[in-house]
Design a protein around this ligand. Structure first.
Ligand SMILES: [Zn+2]
Length: 215
């Protein structure tokens, strides 16, 4: 592995600080987690965006959330074609092996992935149309939603597309047979959330209306 290097000094120092404080004060808890294995009650699917701080928003501890992050918090439809489906693998593991009680799709404001999809669909980002663009082909999951956007100013349309990223993922989750079965059996519930980064606000998808309401 001659192409790798040790981590930068500032990261090593931060780690030493964590080990001397947080870890040292909770040694028993960490040992128990290691010995008993994980039993998270919820899976969270959120964006990779560094500003979306799932753990911090919910004040969560180790072992509480099974978290999957990808660009624009998208879940692709069920496609058992033998290809490498990272997101589908995490959903399968969470629902069939860990038997989580909740799957939460957490969208967010100012999402770069959604912006990219918007630009691609508007014809402003031809590079994302290339077959070799991993981001572009990933954002194809959201592409059909672009056609449903309201006739409004760009900021409103972008927010609407960010909301659609959550709805599309929830609908796609239901195309997985093991997800649908667990939902219909009442052992699994799906939830849609939206985090406004600047306001620190959290919005929840209201089932009857399909709109986002403040938590
Ligand atoms: Zn994002």
């Amino acid at each position: 592995m001659s192409f790798t290097k040790p981590i930068p000094a500032y990261l090593a120092q931060r780690y030493m600080g964590w080990r001397a404080t947080t870890f040292q004060e909770n040694r028993g808890w960490y040992r128990r987690l290691a010995e008993e294995g994980q039993r998270p009650r919820a899976m969270v699917i959120s964006c990779c965006d560094s500003r979306v701080h799932v753990i911090s928003i919910f004040g969560a501890d180790q072992g509480e959330f099974f978290i999957h992050r990808n660009i624009a918090n998208l879940v692709p439809p069920y496609e058992p074609d033998g290809d490498r489906h990272g997101t589908s693998a995490t959903v399968e593991y969470a629902v069939t092996a860990l038997r989580v009680a909740h799957v939460i799709v957490l969208g967010h404001s100012r999402c770069g992935g959604v912006q990219g999809c918007y630009s691609m669909c508007s014809g402003d980002a031809p590079e994302l149309e290339e077959k070799t663009s991993f981001v572009g082909r990933w954002m194809d999951i959201l592409r059909p939603a672009y056609e449903t956007l309201p006739d409004a100013d760009e900021a409103t349309r972008l927010t609407a597309l960010e909301h659609e990223a959550v709805r599309v993922s929830l609908r796609n989750l239901m195309t997985f047979p093991f997800v649908r079965e667990a939902v219909e059996a009442g052992t699994l519930t799906l939830h849609g959330l939206f985090n406004d980064i600047a306001e620190g606000s959290l919005w929840t998808l209201d089932p009857p209306t399909g709109a986002f309401q403040p938590v």
